[in-house]
Design a protein around this ligand. Sequence first.
Ligand code: PRP
Length: 189
Amino acid sequence: MTRQPDLIADVSEILLTEEEIQAKVRDLGRRISDDYAGRALTLVSVLKGSLPFMADLMRSITIPVQIDLMEVSSYGGTATETSGLVRILKDLSSSIDGRHVLIVEDIIDTGLTLNYLVRYLRGKNPASLRICALLDKPARRLVEIPIDYRGFLIPDQFVVGYGLDYGETYRNLRFVGVLRPEVYTADPD
Ligand code: PRP
């Protein structure tokens, strides 16, 4: 029988509290507002994991900004490992030609998703292209990614919450927590 997730019991440790996350997002919003003042800025968020971060970050930015959403998925791999091959499920809605683009990501793990996205978006002729990532997990990095705005460095643990999922669950937690290993080792999916 498929195991029923338990949002609280399945988390062994809170890595980042709601307050810590919100303080960091406000700080990132201030820095981005200063750095991009007077420029045509588009935030490009990568669904679905970045949804809460994008929603909070854009409201911490005090200059005019446009937003766009992409959704990508990696081909194959398992629920906890990325394969490196990226497929676009939802593309940009508007042109970014001549605009300053900031990619908004929840987590950089191997770096393969962003490595692909950066090359893809560069081909659309933005005035500049930078990266804002809430979480940076460098232990698993396979390709070097320059992170212009980084929220938190995190250890090599499987984290969920604030947008991050396991099996599409746990995204609605307001904090980032460590998922108990027995949750993903016991699951045949
Ligand atoms: C997660 C996350 C990043 C990517 C990072 O997305 O949102 O896009 O993985 O991993 P990488 O650095 O190893 O490429 P995921 O594919 O799990 O989709 P989701 O955002 O819908 O959860």
